[in-house]
Design a protein around this ligand. Structure first.
Ligand code: ADP
Ligand code: MG
Length: 346
């Protein structure tokens, strides 16, 4: 059973980047207080935190300090020390189990988990598999800590294999989609099914509705529900899939709100952020509906382009108050309908 945590209580958020910031914004709209922990003193979430603890993510003492201040604790970032979490979850109100983090923070264990649930994944090898003979192009990924394509490299032979990696077959991708879902005290609801286009491995554009067949959409929803059903977990969880030769293939799980879900701030009757806060507080999220919408990520080098655009085009600008460094995500912009901005400078 999940406890009901009502407004005016304190929600602890581990991580103060843009996801922590937008979670805090949604929670504060509802009248909750926020305690936040982040290693960066000037992280962008801090503006919406009532209490801020400046600490490394693996500092057990400071994590416990956050827990003591919080009626429920969540995170924007899955790479938290699982050992520390396993200790803390015995004493404090974590509703996303350390076990679910342990599975999802490792690319091999999350793929093994998907396979154990009969969900198709890409063919892969573990780096120390004695039977590997590479004779084509493969994608090598670090087992842990990668994001936005970081820690990934295309390799073609056995000598290029590095330790602690997974070596995946390089697929021809027709499309990429994500399913943002939420598990609350009563049920699992789909927040959105989103089509995603990446450029340089960074999410460039998201669209609702995803241009996929009804069968593929149903299959993706079925797998996502199956995953959530098998986790001791409340809140938003996102599953990324590939479409390759018309086949749906599991890619990875994010046990949290997700970049592709930013579109729901305008597409949905309830955003992923509010849905997550409600679910972890033991409330009922209810049915979520979406309308046709487009989202673009704003990278540091494109800040001026979007600030100029907001003056000329209808849209919903979200900036995170982050320094505009090259290829750093500093915001996103949502548009009603399907909107193509092909002239964004890289
Ligand atoms: P992360 O999002 O954690 O950086 P992903 O595994 O999602 O890592 O990879 C990032 C992107 O790289 C994917 O969205 C996809 O565009 C591409 N990619 C990942 N794995 C494969 C693969 N096996 N074959 C082809 N493209 C891939
Ligand atoms: Mg990914």
């Amino acid at each position: 059973m999940i406890n009901t945590i009502l407004p005016k209580s304190t929600i602890g958020i581990i991580g103060g980047g843009q996801l922590g910031r937008m979670l805090a914004m949604s929670a504060k709209e509802m009248g909750y207080k926020i305690a936040m922990l982040d290693p960066s003193e000037d992280c962008c979430g801090r503006h919406f935190a009532d209490i801020f603890i400046n600490s490394a993510f693996n500092d057990l003492k400071n994590l416990e300090e956050l827990c003591k201040l919080s009626d429920v604790i969540t995170f924007e970032f899955e790479n938290i020390d699982v050992k520390a979490l396993k200790i803390l979850e015995k004493k404090y109100n974590f509703v996303q189990s350390a076990k679910s983090l342990e599975i999802t923070q490792n690319r091999l264990s999350e793929k093994e988990f998907a396979r154990s649930l009969d969900i198709p994944t890409v063919n892969y090898y573990k780096w120390n598999d004695e039977n590997i003979v590479l004779k084509d192009k493969y994608l090598m990924k670090t087992l842990t800590l990668g994001y936005d394509g970081k820690g990934q490299k295309i390799i073609e032979s056995n000598d290029e294999i590095e330790e602690n990696t997974i070596i995946e077959e390089l697929l021809d991708l027709d499309k990429e989609i994500s399913v943002v879902a939420v598990k609350d005290r009563e049920s699992i609801e789909i927040v959105a099914v989103v089509e995603n286009e990446h450029r340089n491995n960074i999410l460039f554009r998201s669209n609702i509705p995803a241009n996929i067949t009804e069968e593929i959409e149903e299959e993706a929803i079925k797998y996502t529900k199956r995953i959530l059903d098998n986790f001791d977990y409340y809140g938003v969880m996102t599953v990324e899939y590939f479409l390759s030769n018309n086949k749906l293939i599991f890619n990875e799980i994010a046990p949290r709100v997700h970049n592709s879900g930013h579109i729901t701030q305008q597409s949905a009757n309830k955003s992923q952020f509010r849905a997550h806060i409600e679910a972890i507080c033991g409330l009922t999220v209810g049915k979520i509906y979406n309308k046709e919408t487009t989202m673009y990520n704003i990278l540091g080098q494109n800040e001026d382009y979007f600030i100029d655009l907001i003056q000329r085009k209808k849209g919903y600008l979200h900036l995170y108050e982050k320094e505009a460094r090259h290829n750093r995500k500093i915001g996103h912009m949502n548009f009603e309908g399907t909107v193509y901005l092909e002239d964004i400078i890289d």
